[in-house]
Write a protein that binds this ligand. Structure first.
Ligand code: NAP
Ligand code: ZN
Ligand code: ZN
Length: 346
């Protein structure tokens, strides 16, 4: 057993505090990773605050992990000491069900094993990336290509794959018109990725405060949703809308922006249920869909795509004692565009 420094939430209402966490001894297929950077995903906040149902405390959240291999188990074949690696939202799955066999481990019929807040195969609760090291079975470890700095790579492990997967699935590319709702952690990656795939990209943000950044990151157009005219001007004009908003929004207003056969994919996961009026879908054969992260092979494909296109996240690296402040800033939409914890400060 290895004891490492970490930061944990101890209740839904108190700030996160320094702690330690135990990592299991290396099994034959396990990789021990020295975590260098951990991104702060809004899902960490939803979980730390029990917004998706009761969380079991204490919990170390964090599923945007980038680091370096310190040690490998005797049967490990894919990684060696010193390799630059990442871990995302899952650390295992059943590997046998139809979905796992198709490389859709995130949709494992028995439930994927989350990086935190789940129960690992060893029967112990999983604890995430706001920590100095983690042990993960090699099949759920990703290779971070040399071209991407570790700090800018960390957010790719969740924000990157969560936007890459639906963009690919719904064929974003030359000739397609993609809108992204919310320019936060996921949203800014959606803009970069959709642009790199060749789509025409529009940002739908609450205000024009981040317009300059949005255009620099690859958006062709940028609109404020606080301006009612945005909705009349853009009616029927997108093939694909990716909703990354962490709160409940008026989906009907956004669905009307879809062209015939267009799809609005919800990746944002608000605490409260979303409602959709049937007549926002029926008159233009529109679809309303959801999507969760991506499979392991697809996550590697995304990392390689990012390296090829020179993409990483726009980040603000923070020391551990700024985590609670960073949470407040994320909640205030004051993040440009992902906070990343330097785990050497834990
Ligand atoms: P984030 O950095 O906080 O970004 C969310 C953005 O949404 C904000 O920056 C803001 O953008 C906009 N927004 C926030 N509150 C809003 C409101 N009340 N009305 C309208 N717009 C609002 O969060 P994130 O880390 O990108 O995560 C976004 C959501 O995705 C979270 O719910 C998270 O749990 C979920 N998530 C889902 C998956 C999945 O697999 N499906 C994976 C990761 C995260 P503007 O300032 O531009 O308006
Ligand atoms: Zn996440
Ligand atoms: Zn499975």
């Amino acid at each position: 057993m290895l004891t490492v420094k970490a930061y944990a939430a101890t209740s839904a209402t108190e700030p996160l505090v320094p702690t330690t966490v135990e990592r299991r001894d290396l099994g034959p297929h396990d990789v021990l990773i020295d975590i260098k950077f951990a991104g702060i995903c809004h899902s960490d906040i939803h979980t730390a605050r029990s917004e998706w149902g009761p969380t079991t405390y204490p919990i170390v959240v964090g599923h945007e992990i980038a680091g370096v291999v310190r040690e490998v188990g005797p049967a490990v074949t894919k990684f060696a000491v010193g390799d630059r690696v990442g871990v995302g939202c899952m650390v295992d799955s059943c590997r046998e069900c139809d979905n796992c066999r198709k490389g859709l481990e995130q949709y494992c019929l028995k439930g994927n094993i989350g990086t935190y807040g789940a129960v690992g195969r060893d029967g112990e609760p999983t604890q995430g990336g706001y920590a100095q090291a983690i042990v993960v079975t090699e099949d759920f470890v990703l290779r971070i290509p040399d071209g991407i700095e570790l700090d800018a790579a960390a957010p790719l492990l969740c924000a990157g794959i969560t936007t890459y997967s639906p963009l690919r699935h719904w064929n974003a590319g030359p000739g397609s018109r993609v809108a992204v709702i919310g320019m936060g952690g996921l949203g800014h990656m959606a803009v970069k990725l959709a642009h790199a795939m060749g789509a025409e990209v529009t940002v739908l943000s609450q205000s024009l405060k981040k317009q300059e950044d949005g255009l620099r990151l690859g958006a062709d157009h940028y609109f404020a949703t606080s301006d009612e005219e945005t909705f009349s001007k853009l009616a029927g004009s997108f093939d694909l809308i990716i909703n990354t908003v962490s709160a409940k929004i008026d989906l009907d207003a956004y669905l009307r922006l879809l062209a015939v056969d267009g799809t609005l994919v919800n990746v944002g996961a608000p605490e409260d249920p979303l409602s959709v009026h049937a007549f926002s879908l029926i008159p233009a054969r529109r679809s309303f869909a959801g999507s969760m992260i991506g499979g392991i092979a697809e996550t590697q494909e995304m990392l390689d795509f990012c390296a090829e296109h020179g993409l990483g996240a726009e980040i603000e690296v923070i020391p551990a004692d700024k985590i609670n402040e960073a949470y407040e800033r994320v909640l205030a939409s004051d993040v440009r565009y992902r906070f990343v914890i330097d785990t050497s400060t834990l």
